[in-house]
Ligand binder design. Structure first.
Ligand code: AMP
Ligand code: MG
Length: 470
């Protein structure tokens, strides 16, 4: 495996050399063969287990922990950084694109602040299956190559078996990375980081001088809109949209307290610590906008005239709402297979959402039923009867294929994920994982034989809670 060192020449604050600590008994629990094929990674499982737990480090590999700040639930922590992650380096895929290869849970780092740098098996497996599911759903996300169990106990409430996740990301440059260099006063590093991020993620940016900062902010904003729209299209609630968990590349990162919405309600929150609903399903666009404003602030020191900087950056940040609304309207139009845009479409959407909320209808299954009803007899909730007859008048021969492409039949339902994680925590293995991974690979195909995976929990999910995955 050929790994390149990344980030170290941007700023010495950004990437700090740090070694993973070997674990007692590394064993490969999950391995993503399909992903590995993109990178020609071919090793026996014993070697992979050692490598992907940080127990063996090749001599030409120089692992680093990355520094970053973060607004966590709105409160600024100037120095967070990778407290339980080691970046081994970047690896090229078969198309020559570089991906960071990072181990999560391979021991404490210079940024650990008293944390143990470890990860328990449950959160490790959750990250693996949720990122696989989102990828299959066509959503930009970091990927997981493997989960390795460590043979050690991590001391949580209650103690759990330990594991290390191998994460692939196009980069680990976060909004918090810019905040960090700006806060530390490393303006030269900040400028280099912008140029690195442009080169890596937005090579089409043509502006030079200060203009490129404006174009960069615009490009990041556009990616965030695309990401949040794709989450909302499938009912995904990230749960912890802090600025340190917002990647410039627009990939979903950090699957700690994430969850899927079952019954439609914009106020849905599952995270045990999100008391104010800051990261509620329907508040995700506002928070993405808020995070973009934090990125804009961190770019101000790059301008010679700071007042002029604010004048130029503000319209970009303030343009979020209009751009988002356009994209959101398009999303609903596709979810309902509406041809073109007509007056009354917004009212049609609002009416449906109102009925879904009032009758506590399942988000995924309602849109799936509407989709399938165009080609076969399919039960649609009786409360929607009148609305359906109005909607039908707005559909066309293309509606089915449009709708089928954006309305999943299956999502990684919270109760199914919990069932699988419980199996791992209890027995160290799962009888259901293979079928689940198979079902979730083709989320836009409705197949009767997988119907058991399509159902929301019988008891509802008003008591469901997620926790920050440590
Ligand atoms: P996260 O919730 O994973 O985004 O983490 C937020 C911050 O807490 C990051 O700086 C993490 O590196 C750090 N952190 C989370 N869990 C641990 C842990 N077990 N040991 C050390 N640092 C941690
Ligand atoms: Mg994080």
């Amino acid at each position: 495996m050929e790994l390149q060192t990344r980030y170290t020449d941007i700023s010495e604050l950004l990437a700090i050399k740090d070694m993973p600590s070997a674990v007692a008994k590394p064993q490969l629990l999950l391995f993503n063969d399909k992903l590995a094929d993109n990178f020609e990674i071919k090793h026996d499982s014993e070697y992979l287990a050692k490598l992907l737990s940080g127990s063996t480090i090749d001599k030409d590999v120089a692992p680093v922990a990355l520094g970053y700040s973060g607004h966590q639930f709105g409160h600024f922590s100037p120095r967070l950084g990778d407290g339980r992650a080691h970046l081994l380096g970047a690896i090229a895929d078969n198309n020559g694109t570089l991906w960071d290869l990072q181990l999560k849970g391979a021991g404490a780092t210079v940024f650990s602040r008293g944390g143990d740098g470890r990860c328990a098996i449950g959160p490790a497996v959750r990250e693996y299956i949720m990122s696989e599911a989102l990828h299959a759903l066509g959503i930009a996300t970091t990927r997981c190559l493997a989960v390795v169990t460590t043979g050690e106990t991590v001391y949580r409430q209650p103690p759990r078996p330990g594991a290390v996740v191998t994460r692939f990301a196009k980069s680990h440059i976060r909004v918090g990375s810019f905040q960090y260099l700006a806060t530390q006063g490393d303006i030269e590093g900040l400028e280099k980081l912008v140029d690195y991020a442009i080169n890596c993620h937005f090579p089409d940016i043509s502006g030079t001088g200060e203009q490129r900062y404006i174009e960069f902010l615009t490009a990041v904003l556009d990616k965030q809109i695309e990401l949040v729209i794709s989450w909302m299209r499938i009912g995904f609630i990230h749960g912890v949209m802090n600025t340190d968990n917002t990647l410039i590349s627009g990939e979903t990162i950090d699957y700690g307290p994430c969850a899927m919405m079952n019954q439609f309600d914009l106020d849905t929150v599952f995270s045990s610590i999100d008391h104010q609903g800051r990261y509620a399903f329907g508040n995700q666009p506002n928070i993405a906008n808020w995070n973009i404003a934090r990125l804009a602030e961190s770019l101000i020191p790059l301008f010679t005239d700071q007042d002029a900087a604010v004048e130029q950056l503000s319209p970009v940040v303030n343009g979020f709402a209009a751009k988002f609304n356009d994209a959101f309207n398009t999303m609903w139009q596709q979810k309902l297979g509406l041809a073109g845009q007509q007056e009354g479409d917004n009212a049609l959407v609002s009416e449906l959402l109102g009925l879904m909320k009032q009758h506590q209808l399942d988000y995924t299954n309602t849109f799936n039923a509407l989709t399938e009803s165009l080609v076969k007899d399919f039960v649609i909730d009786s409360n929607l009867k009148e609305w359906v007859s109005k909607w039908r008048l707005r559909t066309s021969a293309e509606s089915y294929s449009t709708m089928r492409a954006v309305n999943p039949a299956v999502i990684p339902r919270n109760h199914n994920i919990e069932m699988i994680l419980a199996e791992y925590e209890k027995a160290g293995s799962s009888l259901s994982i293979n079928e689940f991974l198979k079902v979730i690979q083709k989320p836009y195909e409705y197949e009767e034989e997988f119907a058991a995976w399509y159902q929301p929990p019988k008891e509802g999910d008003c008591n469901y809670q997620t926790f920050c995955g440590t």
